[in-house]
Design a protein around this ligand. Structure first.
Ligand SMILES: [Zn+2]
Ligand SMILES: [Zn+2]
Length: 316
């Protein structure tokens, strides 16, 4: 019996904090959250929302003296927000939490520090993880799953120390990286040959964490790649996602789709997600396909492991 997992990197301005410029659509990123929520509600699909922890704060003075990166990193949010802005968004998070769908709220770090780059020490990683979890707890939320900023997977031991249970890993091969050449090649493969993106198998890593790898980034093909995509077919990424969903039916594995809410602000973004979720809902209705969150998948894997251990007790 296969699963579909949908995970969402929810970050508002934090996703572009370390870059010189942000796309204009970030100014409207809140609309992307609402559009995502309403499409998930329309098709009754629960998702795992990786939330940047700082968004849970009502306001801050920008000092963050107890964070190793200190005021220079956080100056962006200094003096902001007595109401929700691009750096603080408790009401948006509450809208996700109070939705009728049983969404999982997960951590996407505290301030979107990309973990696998030089200079990000264990102390920085620990602050990012600890503060996101502590901030969530003050809101009555329990973050058990983690989505690494920009998929920069590092410091997994810190996750384990902080009682995180699972994370989103890379797909079996890293075709989805944002260089243009590889997606073009893969896209051509999909369109001509009809191959599906990978069905993934969650595994337990050496730290006891469940890795729930990604299958497909729903907005992989933008810019020049997207223009080529138009030549290849009407919406090859939607076709690829549908093939992945179909492959998950009856499979012993997961089709794991991910995106950012602000992706929905791109031309055809809403239509793309709507078409994919509609297919998920239809196949779930017709078959034994299930939709689960990352946390539910991890609980299943860890539960099976526990059951295996008790079925085979040590003999010494
Ligand atoms: Zn702050
Ligand atoms: Zn992110």
């Amino acid at each position: 019996m296969g699963d579909v997992v949908v995970s969402i990197d929810a970050e508002l301005a934090w996703g572009y904090h370390d870059l010189p410029t942000a796309p204009d659509r970030i100014d409207h990123a809140r609309e992307g959250w609402h559009a995502t929520l309403s499409l998930l509600a329309k098709h009754d699909v629960p998702a795992t929302w990786g939330i940047v922890g700082h968004l849970l704060l009502d306001e801050c003075d920008g000092s963050h003296e107890d964070h190793p990166l200190g005021p220079s990193w956080f100056s962006c949010s200094a003096g902001r927000a007595t109401v929700d802005d691009d750096w603080h968004a408790p009401k948006l998070v509450e809208a996700v939490r109070s939705s009728e769908q049983d969404h999982e709220l997960a951590s996407h770090s505290f301030s979107h520090v990309v973990m696998d780059v030089d200079g990000v020490t264990r102390a920085v990683a620990d602050a990012e993880i600890e503060k996101s979890i502590a901030t969530a707890e003050r809101r009555g939320l329990d973050f058990e799953s983690f989505i690494f900023p920009r998929n920069g997977i590092a410091h997994r031991d810190v996750l384990a120390d902080r009682a995180v249970r699972c994370y989103r890993g890379w797909p079996p091969d890293r075709w989805y990286d944002e260089s243009l050449a590889r997606p073009l090649v893969k896209l051509a493969d999909w369109s001509r040959l009809g191959t599906a993106p990978p069905i993934v198998t969650p595994t337990v890593d050496e730290h006891g964490l469940v890795n729930v790898p990604a299958s497909l980034y729903l907005f992989s093909f933008e810019g020049p790649a997207r223009r080529v995509a138009r030549l290849l077919g009407r919406s090859p990424i939607v076709s690829a996602a549908k093939r992945g969903i179909d492959e998950a039916v009856g499979a012993d594995g997961v089709f794991h789709l991910w995106f950012h809410p602000h992706n929905l602000l791109q031309p055809d973004g809403v239509e793309r997600l709507d078409a994919v979720l509609e297919h998920v809902a239809r196949r779930r209705e017709e078959t034994d396909l299930t939709v689960r969150t990352m946390g539910e998948v991890a609980a299943g894997v860890l539960g099976e492991r526990g059951a295996e251990r008790s079925a085979h007790p040590p003999t010494d």
